[in-house]
Design a protein around this ligand. Sequence first.
Ligand SMILES: [Ca+2]
Length: 91
Amino acid sequence: MDDDGLIGLDEYLLLSQAIGGVPAQQMKEAFHRLDRDGNGTLDPAEIDAAVVEFFTSDDPNAPGNWLYGPFRTAAEPPPAILNNRDRLQTV
Ligand SMILES: [Ca+2]
């Protein structure tokens, strides 16, 4: 992380490695969906919008649902972090 307040593709892929379980190619696609203005970095507004969508939208095409890689249905095993989200919803 280079402390510029923005997340570049290289930094996003490091994050994806930390999460684990999602192939780099899918994380690259996720990054490009989250980068709504297409300038090659994720700024705080893009991150905020993604987080809100991630928790509020069930639209598979909503960029926020790509925050941790491709949107998954209940039939697909999600990475561990999505298991945590499911757990939160059922408490
Ligand atoms: Ca951007």
